[in-house]
Design a protein around this ligand. Structure first.
Ligand SMILES: *Cc1c(COP(=O)(O)O)cnc(C)c1O
Length: 436
């Protein structure tokens, strides 16, 4: 290049008018594209880029969507990773959301032209999946469900000391419950509680007895907690509802996770209300699902706070499609056999070696995560790479998040969908190419 590069920097308007850039403006909006154009112009001014390279450089710099959230390959071996958006949705859920994202009949009966019950399809799918429930309600997340229960049933909530849990990121269930104005009547000790502890705590102000599944830790040794099946008969006739937060979102028992409570069994054991998250093992969108006695669900639905916690049309669409559609990815990840996982890791490692990258398939240990089955280890398989891969993989496109163990970077395939293996291979090869 000769002369002052500033004179040869293409003008912003001219770059924005180039057909591929104009198409990007139509898709992403003018501001996002302009920001990319300005960054590229800066590179021309600095003499790092020739003026005729501006348009391709702008296109390369543009984000994939108008949102800054980008897809990430989850190779952490944690199936439901809260920092990575928990459950990946099924293709059916994604399609349902796209269809519902415009104007949709979420609260209109098209037959009569009158207002209809909101989210009837999703609620119906929940009741079919959990036949022990008389009625269902969906709110923003399980924390919202707890807040609604505490507010609407309120007064005094009887809860075991061993169930006053912190879930993550400083979020403590007792703080949430008390923030609604409800009072906690703690029973038992950290490690033990009995049916008699609960019944002795009942009084005229008792709004509910609450059971919270300690989903991210286990207490071992001299312990005793009271199961719903023991507590329900003791509460029968008292008029005090028994509410259970099962957290993980299992609809029914799962053979691999015998210690995880599920909605159907907990209701059948005598709970009046159960609640869980939609984006853990259920494998769907962020949601708080409440199921159980019709009169109690109705009380929650009629409470003014419900209006502030209810979910939007896309959540209802994704939830219904998760329940009615094909098995969601989280369940495939959970149920994948070790041999199948080893074959996938072996294939990825072989493809990497063929591309000149040192890689081997190794045994690994995956986890459910997201507050579920805290001690349960899932035998898995990973691709082991040089430890120096961890950081550049995290900033690659798309980012790959694995973990470092024993001086190597491990990429666990259980938390990835099989269709992502090829992309994983491509990204690792690209990162390696940048080094050579
Ligand atoms: C995860 C979890 C919650 C919080 O659920 P969100 O849907 O994230 O609000 C509450 N209770 C239990 C037992 C949990 O495991």
């Amino acid at each position: 290049m000769t002369g002052d590069p500033r004179r040869t920097v293409p003008r912003t308007d001219a770059v924005l008018a180039e057909p591929p850039v104009a198409a990007a403006v139509a898709r992403l909006g003018r501001e996002l594209v302009k920001t990319a154009v300005q960054a590229v112009q800066q590179r021309v001014r600095a003499g790092e880029l020739a003026p005729d390279g501006v348009v391709p450089a702008v296109l390369a710099q543009l984000p994939g969507t108008a949102s800054s959230l980008s897809p990430v390959l989850n190779a952490t071996g944690v199936l439901v990773h809260t920092n990575l958006g928990r459950a990946p949705w099924s293709a059916a859920a994604v399609e349902a959301v796209v269809a519902a994202s415009g104007t949709t009949d979420v609260e209109l009966d098209l037959g009569t032209g009158r207002r209809g019950p909101r989210g009837e399809g999703a609620l119906g799918a929940l009741l079919e999946a959990v036949p022990a429930a008389e009625a269902a309600l969906v709110v923003n997340n399980c924390a919202a469900a707890l807040a609604l229960v505490a507010t609407a049933l309120g007064g005094e909530l009887v809860i075991a000391r061993g169930e006053l849990v912190e879930i993550g990121d400083g979020f403590r269930i007792p703080d949430l419950l008390e923030s609604t104005g409800a009072r906690l009547h703690e029973v038992g000790t950290t490690n033990r509680a009995s049916v008699a502890d609960y019944t002795a705590a009942l009084g005229p102000d008792t709004g509910a007895v609450l059971k919270v599944h300690p989903s991210n830790f286990v207490v071992r040794g001299f312990t005793r907690s009271v199961e719903v099946a023991e507590l329900a008969p003791a509460l029968a006739g008292t008029g005090v509802p028994l509410v259970a937060d099962v957290g993980s979102g299992l609809l029914r028992p799962h053979l691999l996770l015998p210690d995880e409570p599920d909605l159907q069994t907990t209701l059948a054991a005598g709970a009046d209300l159960v609640m869980c998250s939609g984006d853990k093992l259920l494998g769907g969108p962020q949601a708080g699902i409440v199921l159980g006695r019709a009169d109690l669900v109705q009380r929650l639905r009629r409470h003014p706070l419900y209006r502030a916690l209810r979910v939007d049309k896309t959540t209802l669409a994704a939830l219904e499609a998760t329940l009615r559609g094909p098995v969601p990815p989280v369940r495939h990840m959970l149920d994948a056999g070790p041999a199948q996982l080893h074959a996938r890791a072996t294939a990825v490692a072989a493809a990497l070696r063929a591309g000149g990258v040192e890689a081997v398939a190794v045994e690994a240990t995956a986890r459910v995560g997201g507050g579920g089955a805290p001690e349960f280890e899932l035998p898995s398989a990973a691709v082991a790479l040089d430890v120096r891969f961890a950081e550049p993989l995290r900033t690659a496109s798309p980012p790959v998040v694995g973990y470092v163990e024993g001086g190597r970077t491990l990429l666990d395939v259980r938390s990835l969908q099989p269709a992502q293996d090829e992309e994983l291979t491509r990204v690792v090869l690209e990162v390696a190419r940048r080094w050579t």
